[in-house]
Structure formats: structure tokens, C-alpha cells
Write a protein that binds this ligand. Structure first.
Ligand code: SAH
Length: 260
């Protein structure tokens, strides 16, 4: 290998923006599993399950940029700068994110920052939490008898008031809310103000596909009380719509048993 300054200056690493899925390592894509197994440097979110990080080589460098409400956070600009700096120094970077990198994961911002700096980016999709949670809980997000559309929204407080959810929930529609546990009471008010019935079924899925998974069911008017009574914590999803009350399909229920 040529170690001259000119040669090392020329080598730019690639940033792999990789989805780690909802938690169960078996739900990684083959490509994600291969990249993790070969990684030298992994920059990961707090949501990435330790069982997945354990698939990395023992001498790989693991950098956590955990983002948690009310805890110390590495600002997004600093994460972007870290990825670019490492790649320009010649290192391939595995940027590992929970679920899918382009669903509420700021993967788009990181890809833009890399491309602006001339760093090549490869994006590897992952099973987003909504899909993993639905399968594990046996909830069909669409069903010919109950819902023909499904929407994904983010319920965190900074943006909640500005979001227009009108028409996203109701008869024949499924609404899946990411990051909505802390704001469940405001979410309930918002949906009822939009005309949704207080009796519409809801399900809360905590730690989907992980050993500690819990599935709670109720109705919209009781959503906040359900979350408080069971001390639900992040990561958890809220599913709103008739599909949340249907009996799990047998095959899907078996998956729930093996995971729970
Ligand atoms: N990119 C991720 C979402 C990141 S936002 C994806 O595609 O899934 C983080 C939110 O995702 C959490 O607040 C929670 O609402 C949801 N989430 C992630 N993993 C989850 C899990 N295992 N169970 C339930 N919800 C999960």
C-alpha cells in the first residue's frame, strides 16, 4: 500500500447509510449484516440494538451518537461533520440507524451533507419500526375489510402543532405515529379536534421485535391513560384505526410468540 501523503489524500471513504431494522438481528437485510460484519468504523444511534452491534468485528471502532429526549445529544451538524471528516480521512463509515435510514432518521440530511463534501454515499434500507411492529403484533396495516391507506407521522412535540394530519386517520385508514409517547395527550386532542371518533381503536407497541416487546390495545380517548398506566417508554409506536382492534392473523401471532 502506498502511504505517501499524495496517495492518502486521494483516498476518500464511502459512507454507508444502513438501516438496522427495529431490533431483532434476524430482521437485518443480508447486505446490512454483511456490512456490519466487515465494518472498521460504525457510527450508530442509541436505538440500534446491542445484539446487532455485537455482530461487528471485535476490533471495529464503535461511535455512539445517541439522540434521546432530554439527554445529552450530539447535534445533527456534528454528526454530519463526523461522517464527512472520517470519510475524507480515507475511512469507510458504516452509519447505522434504527429501522430504515430514510424514515424519520435524518438519513436524507446526512446523505446531502456527504454529497456536498464530495463523499460517496450508499444507502441500504431497513425494516422500519412500523413494519416490524405490525408483523410482531399481528396488526395488518392495510386490510381489505378495514383499511386501504396507511400513513406514517412523527409525533414529537417540536413539530406537532405545525403538522396537518387532517384526513390521515379515520374510517378505512391507518395512522402510525412514531415518537408519540410523550405527546400522546396532545395527539389525542389533535385527532379528536380533526373529527376522529374518541372510540377509534388504538394499539401501542413498545420495544417491537425485541425480547421486552409489549402490545397494549384500547381506544383513542383512553390512549394517554393506557400509556401512563403501563408506564410505556420509548421506543414505542402508536397505531390508530380499525386494524388495531382486529384479531392477529394466526401466522403473525406465531411470530409474536417467538419474539415476545
Ligand atoms: N428510522 C426509524 C425511526 C426513527 S424515529 C425507523 O424507520 O423505524 C424513532 C422512533 O421509531 C421511536 O421513537 C419509536 O416511535 C420508533 N421505533 C423504533 N424502533 C422501535 C421499536 N423496536 N419498537 C417500537 N417503536 C420503535
Amino acid at each position: 500500500m502506498d502511504d505517501s501523503p499524495a496517495a492518502s489524500a486521494a483516498r476518500i471513504g464511502t459512507v454507508y447509510l444502513v438501516g438496522a431494522g427495529p431490533g431483532d438481528p434476524d430482521l437485518l437485510t443480508l447486505r446490512a449484516a454483511r456490512l456490519i460484519g466487515e465494518a472498521r468504523l460504525i457510527v450508530h444511534d442509541g436505538l440500534v440494538d446491542p445484539a446487532i452491534l455485537a455482530l461487528a468485528p471485535a476490533d471495529a471502532r464503535l461511535v455512539s451518537v445517541a439522540k434521546r429526549r432530554s439527554r445529552h445529544t450530539l447535534p445533527q451538524d456534528a454528526i454530519n461533520a463526523l461522517l464527512v471528516r472520517e470519510a475524507l480521512a480515507g475511512h469507510d463509515v458504516l452509519r447505522l440507524k434504527g429501522g430504515d435510514p430514510l424514515v424519520f432518521g435524518r438519513g436524507g440530511e446526512e446523505a446531502e451533507a456527504c454529497r456536498a463534501a464530495g463523499v460517496p454515499v450508499v444507502i441500504v434500507p431497513g425494516i422500519s419500526a412500523a413494519l416490524g411492529a405490525a408483523a410482531a403484533a399481528g396488526i395488518a396495516l392495510t386490510h381489505r375489510d378495514a383499511a386501504s391507506t396507511v400513513s406514517f407521522v412523527a409525533g414529537q412535540c417540536q413539530t406537532l402543532a405545525d403538522q396537518d394530519w387532517a384526513g390521515l386517520a379515520g374510517k378505512g385508514r391507518t395512522l402510525v405515529i412514531y415518537m408519540g409517547i410523550a405527546t400522546a395527550s396532545a395527539i389525542t386532542d389533535k385527532l379528536i379536534a380533526d373529527g376522529l371518533s374518541p372510540d377509534v381503536p388504538v394499539a401501542v407497541i413498545e420495544n417491537a421485535t425485541r425480547p421486552a416487546m409489549r402490545v397494549l390495545r384500547g381506544v383513542l380517548a383512553g390512549l394517554d391513560a393506557l400509556i401512563v398506566a403501563h408506564a410505556v417508554r420509548s421506543p414505542a409506536l402508536i397505531v390508530i384505526g380499525d386494524v388495531a382492534a382486529r384479531e392477529p392473523a394466526a401466522a403473525l401471532a406465531r411470530l409474536t410468540e417467538t419474539v415476545a
